[in-house]
Design a protein around this ligand. Structure first.
Ligand SMILES: Nc1ncnc2c1ncn2[C@@H]1O[C@H](COP(=O)(O)OP(=O)(O)OP(=O)(O)O)[C@@H](O)[C@H]1O
Length: 205
């Protein structure tokens, strides 16, 4: 099993966001996270990434407990796709920075070039990120999450700023990585149709 949740519970103070959540996501599956605003999709993605601790229960990624160095290496994460880039650095240098952390030196340039090509970033790759549009920055953030051959990809509303051709590029990039297990939070019907199953989070449980 690629992702396993057992009695996963997260509260903020005394307010439950999700409680006793059991979930198994097999390798290569795509799970859509649905639910109204505030239902906890981003919170769950952060717990899956290991950047936010559970209140109780456990989550593992490919058998490794989330938050451990081994699990972090296996996860590609894209939260708030339009934000989180270094504004003064070019799109390409933002990608290189992460590629250097996640890949052997000889793979940095080819892997960076590959994701630039896949997400259609080429024409603005050398422009500072702060001078790129929201959709352009979202492409770079998604490309960044694909670097380093993650086993699990976590995407928070990846398509909300993307035009139609770029949405097709994103799905094509995921189709080329059929081994990749994806958890995608989205409000869009098209995204739901691209996924194998849906988990709808109720508000405040
Ligand atoms: N750090 C925090 N401290 C307290 N409450 C928080 C914190 N982060 C999130 N919450 C609360 O947790 C609930 C779930 O938020 P979350 O961002 O996970 O929802 P979401 O389903 O991703 O929403 P949206 O569809 O609007 O993106 C919300 O009520 C939010 O106010």
């Amino acid at each position: 099993m690629s992702i396993q949740l057992r009695r996963a519970t997260r509260r903020f103070r005394h307010r439950p966001i999700f409680t006793d959540l059991d979930l198994d996501v097999p390798q290569g599956a795509r799970l859509l996270l649905a639910g109204d605003n505030g239902s906890g999709k981003t919170t769950l993605l952060r717990c899956l990434a290991g950047t936010l601790a559970l209140t109780a229960g456990r989550i593992s990624v490919a058998g490794e407990p989330v938050g451990s160095p081994a699990a972090r290496r296996l996860v590609g994460l894209c939260l708030a796709p339009e934000q989180g880039l270094y504004g003064r650095l070019s799109a390409r240098d933002n990608l290189r920075l992460v590629a250097r952390l996640r890949l052997p030196r000889r793979s940095v340039e080819p892997a960076t070039a590959r994701v630039i090509e896949e997400l259609g970033i080429g024409t603005y790759a050398d422009r500072p990120a702060e001078k790129c549009s929201a959709g352009m920055r979202a492409r770079v953030s998604i490309a960044r999450a694909l670097l380093g051959d993650p086993v699990v990809l976590l995407l928070d509303e990846p398509t909300r700023s993307l035009d139609e051709p770029t949405r097709a590029m994103l799905w094509a990039a995921l189709d080329r990585r059929r081994h990749l297990t994806c958890v995608i939070a989205s409000h869009h019907r098209e995204d739901r149709a691209r996924c194998d199953s849906t988990l709808t989070l109720p508000v405040g449980r």
